[in-house]
Design a protein around this ligand. Structure first.
Ligand code: NAP
Length: 281
């Protein structure tokens, strides 16, 4: 049986059209506020790419970038930004500088503008299976599964990674007492002894770790479905950089029944979800 490549492009395109239709219906371009601190080159690249994407979704962006200033001042700037009525949604670009608590804005961001679902109100609503902003990457994984008719019903899903933005939300979403969810979920992390013992039991393996090519063919079962959220920059001996996932794609492809490519898989859907949240579609 040929391995199914779970490409993100058709889903991203569908989401783009949904946003374009919604913006036309609204009669104004929603504005995304991007809050950045420091000068991380990867962040700057990512923000530039969101700004470019925004045009394709007929949305506006405004970037507020601060040098490495004191935390209380930053919070004041953040509050000024989020009370602006023409900004419909906000994301906080990570990483934040070391002296700023990485969750410093989680409690402060207004839940109605919290497009990546980091505020505890959204987190709690997610756990209770109620409407909320779902973290964009977790929603991207769900949309990929739904698009390719991958049901988690009665399946054993193993999630590797327990971050608040990917691992924990997707594990909880697949536990939902709902059609196509209803999974039995195991969550693994850096303190899990013998990771392979768990990953080889997965019908569906979801990986969000940040370690290039961590998952090898001997860590998966025959015909498993693999969803790789990892995006890691690697530089070869000639100094050429490229992006790989947390799963060793070449090693695993012939053994699994379906796999997301990196790039072109989860990451390509995630930005479209951000704009879906901004446009509220
Ligand atoms: P994170 O906050 O750093 O969390 C990583 C998780 O992986 C943690 O739970 C950590 O365990 C676990 N982990 C680390 N090393 C491990 C190992 N050797 N074995 C098992 N578990 C291990 O990262 P994140 O924000 O979730 O991101 C994870 C990956 O997804 C990264 O490659 C990131 O670039 C990518 N990402 C992609 C998108 C997208 O749109 N596709 C969006 C966000 C992130 P502990 O909890 O014990 O530390």
């Amino acid at each position: 049986m040929e391995t199914l490549l779970l490409k993100g492009k058709p889903i991203a395109e569908r989401n783009q059209q949904l946003c374009l239709d919604e913006v036309e219906k609204k009669g104004f371009q929603p504005k995304l506020g991007i809050f950045m601190v420091g000068n991380d080159p990867a962040s700057e690249y990512y923000v530039a790419s969101i700004q470019k994407q925004a045009q394709k979704f007929n949305c506006q962006t405004t970037v507020q970038k601060y040098s490495d200033i004191e935390a209380t001042q930053l919070i004041q700037h953040f509050n000024t930004m989020q009370t602006q009525p023409d900004i419909q949604g906000i994301i906080i670009q990570k990483p934040l500088p070391k002296h700023i608590n990485p969750s410093a804005f989680d409690n402060i961001i207004t839940p109605e503008k919290d497009l990546d679902g980091i505020n505890p109100i959204n987190t709690g609503l997610l756990l209770q299976e109620k409407e909320c902003f779902i973290p964009c990457t977790a929603q991207a994984i769900l949309e990929i599964m739904d698009y390719y008719n991958i049901s988690a019903e009665k399946k054993h899903v193993v999630v590797v990674g327990r971050s608040n933005v990917v691992g924990k939300p997707i594990a909880n979403l697949l536990l939902y007492k709902q059609k196509n969810r209803n999974a039995t979920v195991t969550v693994c992390h850096s303190q899990t002894p013998n990771l392979k013992h768990f990953t080889t039991q997965a019908d569906i393996l979801i990986v969000a770790v940040g370690v290039p090519k961590l998952i090898k063919a001997d860590m998966i079962s025959d015909n498993a479905i693999i969803i790789d959220a990892g995006i890691n920059e690697v530089v070869d001996n000639n100094g050429k950089s490229s992006y790989v996932g947390d799963v060793d794609f070449d090693d695993c492809t012939s053994k699994c029944s379906a796999i997301t490519p990196v790039p072109g898989g989860v990451g390509s859907v995630t930005t479209s979800i951000l704009f879906k949240h901004l446009c509220k579609v």
